[in-house]
Design a protein around this ligand. Structure first.
Ligand SMILES: [Zn+2]
Length: 255
């Protein structure tokens, strides 16, 4: 969750995720003025102005834990790709965010949901989260109406943009580090009425939506399989260097 200033031009425009002095819980350096900013600690300091959301009793810790990161970000992505019902959706990258996006597309009533990931175990998980087709690389089985990008792979995005049909929408969220440029054919954008959007961070309403989505779909999708059994805080070092398996997320239980 972000901590916006609340007074800059972006905050006043309602784009607090891109506040000019934005800070993020769990993302700040220890030698900063917000030391207990979250993550790998028994306590978190919530400064004034930080949005919070109340977790329903029906949601277990394992289900709720990814809400403030993966699930809320996907809710923000989905908001930029309206009208998924009845449309052909392709999700590139089937990690925690991609799997959540697959579930969101399926729950929204997409006509088809194709998940693309080179890892076989992730493709298998994607099937459990509502994917109607899984592929190791971008397939030529398109066209697609909606492309949701979580891999950060310029190559996959390049191929994906070519598969978009008329009125196609691509929402990019995976490229959080500099990557190779992608060629965009202006004529294709014009003639096919394409839209390309990007999402980074999210607004408080997306966290609320994330918890609601997890609660609504907790019987339909095996969310609990995405988070490992909680380990003690003392295990954090080995957990970071040698994850004990291939779960998309691991959990730490504070004593
Ligand atoms: Zn601000």
């Amino acid at each position: 969750m972000t901590l916006p200033c609340g007074t800059c031009d972006r905050c006043l425009a309602g784009i607090t995720a891109n506040c000019r002095t934005v800070r993020k819980a769990g993302h700040e350096a220890w030698d900063f003025d917000w030391q207990l900013s979250g993550g790998y600690a028994q306590h978190v300091l919530l400064p004034r102005g930080m949005a919070i959301a109340i977790v329903a009793d029906a949601l277990t810790d394992a289900l709720a834990a990814p809400a403030a990161c993966a699930t809320a970000t996907v809710m923000a992505v989905v908001e930029r790709a309206p009208r998924m019902a009845g449309r052909r959706v392709v999700v590139v990258g089937a990690g925690m965010l991609g799997l959540t996006a697959v579930a969101a597309a399926a729950a929204a009533g997409a006509a088809s949901v194709t998940a693309v990931d080179p890892a076989a175990d992730r493709r298998e998980l994607a099937g459990q989260f509502g994917a109607t087709d899984v592929q190791p690389t971008m397939p030529d089985t398109g066209p697609f109406d909606v492309l949701l990008e979580f891999s950060g792979s310029s190559g996959a995005l390049q191929e994906g943009l070519r598969t978009l049909d008329v009125q196609g929408v691509a929402v990019l969220a995976g490229a959080v580090l500099p990557g190779a440029p992608v060629a965009l054919e202006p004529e294709a954008v014009v003639r096919r009425h394409l839209s390309v959007a990007g999402v980074h961070n999210y607004e408080p309403r997306h966290l609320t939506a994330a918890l609601g989505f997890l609660e609504e779909t907790r019987e339909r999708f095996p969310w609990q399989d995405l988070v490992g059994e909680p380990l003690p805080l003392e295990s954090i070092g080995s957990l970071l260097t040698e994850p004990p398996g291939t779960k998309p997320r691991y959990a730490i239980a504070a004593p």
